[in-house]
Ligand binder design. Structure first.
Ligand SMILES: [Fe+2]
Length: 443
């Protein structure tokens, strides 16, 4: 996937059709795992009913591919406002006259059939939306992003487990050094060449960074448990004023889905209650919690630029690569992506996914909070619509990097940027920490 020659239209059509199919198979799995009553129910006020995501996927595909690329008329203009994410906040969506499950499925299926006809006849060049199949790639990523959203809904849902997957690979080899030095110097951040990169990943630009140390792997549950046991949630000095106010008002005491039971910590994971595994990266923490942990540990969150340099910069060639391991598309040996496993892999897994600096698990496992606000790069231009990224730029959103076990390879790369509010923790979020190198480089 994505290693194919994109200059050959037949191969590109095949690649696009494969990505659209993979997304739809995952959508079918996530919406087929529960009955119709659960599809229309709202499992959390933070989330849409699953049936909304299903028809919204079809509606965006119709809008971008059939109408904007294909020039077709709307199939059902009366339903467009129902599935416009900007018109109705998630909490309101259950009260809308949504398409029932069978009709939502039929609609998405009919759109897809027409899209495959359009794809077969498309030159895949000659217009910005068509070049390298961009709009098709954007729609495949969009569906996979909603599949991740639907997986979050599954995690928030109560009731017996309905999803299953084998465990991820174990950590291998000698124990890792706790941190890695990334020397000072410039690197290329963002991209001009990644064909399906979204507007906020562009343009490529040089960023010069001082030297820093970065955790070799994401912070583990075991390490985070020590922060909890040390009274980390009771000490305002570790928190920003906003973070402490939120910790108090929301009553935070541990990561979301953790519960204390008879002297041990348990977690609920897709309907299973199980002991918190110390060796896995911590999951379901807010930016405020990640930031407080880092201060308690005498460290800080990395900036977004530091994360990307550690993930992409090749000190030998001086070039930025697509992924930590090089330019090859992610395989199961590189990273825990694509919902193959329903949990992060233990810290130290995926040696073949290591970056040139020796940093592990940058891609996959858990989204990693950075200290950076979500903003446009120098020379940013909104494309193909302002609502994709630009309307979210500002200090109220923090950037997350690297993707989680729930992110599909098509929607993940070294330049990919996610953003969310610092209070959010139902997302598959973890973090790693950093520190400046200057005071202790030769220590
Ligand atoms: Fe969407």
């Amino acid at each position: 996937m994505l290693n194919a020659d994109r200059t050959d239209p037949a191969l590109l059509r095949e690649l696009i059709a494969g990505e659209l199919l993979a997304a739809r198979e995952r959508t079918a799995q996530l919406t087929g795992a529960v009955d119709d009553a659960e599809l229309v129910a709202q499992h959390s006020p933070l989330m849409s009913p699953l049936v909304w995501d299903l028809a919204h996927i079809g509606n965006q595909e119709e809008l971008w591919l059939l109408r904007n690329v294909g020039g077709r008329d709307p199939m059902h203009p009366e339903i467009d406002p129902l599935y416009d994410a900007f018109e109705h906040p998630r909490a309101e969506r259950p009260r809308l006259p949504l398409l029932p499950p069978a009709e939502a499925r039929a609609y998405a299926h009919e759109v897809r059939g027409r899209v495959l006809d359009l794809l077969a006849a498309s030159p895949l060049e000659g217009a910005p939306l068509l070049d390298a199949g961009f709009a098709f790639g954007m729609i495949a990523q969009h569906e996979q992003q909603h599949d991740e959203t639907m997986l979050i809904t599954h995690q928030l849902r109560s009731g017996p487990a309905v999803l299953d997957a084998p465990p991820p690979p174990a950590a291998t080899g000698a124990p890792l050094a706790p941190e890695v030095l990334v020397p000072a110097g410039p690197f290329t951040m963002g991209t001009d060449t990644e064909p399906w990169a979204l507007d906020n990943e562009r343009p490529a630009h040089r960023v010069d960074l001082p030297a820093f140390w970065l955790d070799t792997a994401p912070v583990s549950n075991g390490a985070y448990r020590r922060f909890v046991a040390d009274g980390g949630y009771d000490e305002p000095r570790w928190w920003t004023p906003e973070g402490w106010a939120h910790r108090m008002s929301a009553g935070l005491e541990a990561p979301l889905f953790w519960q204390h039971d008879g002297g041990q910590w348990l977690r609920r994971r897709f309907g299973h209650l199980e002991p918190v595994p110390d060796e896995e990266p911590v999951l379901h923490v807010s930016w405020y919690e990640a930031d407080a942990y880092a201060r308690w540990a005498g460290r800080r969150l990395p900036t977004e630029a530091e994360w990307e340099k550690a993930a992409r910069h090749d000190p030998v060639s001086g070039r930025s690569r697509r992924f930590p391991w090089g330019d090859a598309a992610p395989g199961p040996e590189h990273a825990n992506l694509g919902q193959r496993h329903l949990r992060p892999a233990p810290v130290g897994a995926y040696p073949e996914g290591e970056s040139p600096y020796g940093v592990r698990q940058l891609i996959g496992d858990v989204w990693e909070w950075t200290s950076s606000d979500f903003t446009g790069y120098p020379g940013f231009a909104a494309w193909p619509y302002r609502e994709y990224s630009e309307v979210f730029f500002g200090p109220e959103y923090k950037v997350l990097r690297g993707g989680s076990f729930a992110v599909a390879p098509v929607a993940c790369r070294g330049t990919f940027r996610n953003w969310d509010y610092p209070v959010r923790r139902q997302i598959f979020s973890g973090f790693r920490t950093a520190r400046d190198a200057e005071p202790r480089t030769e220590g």
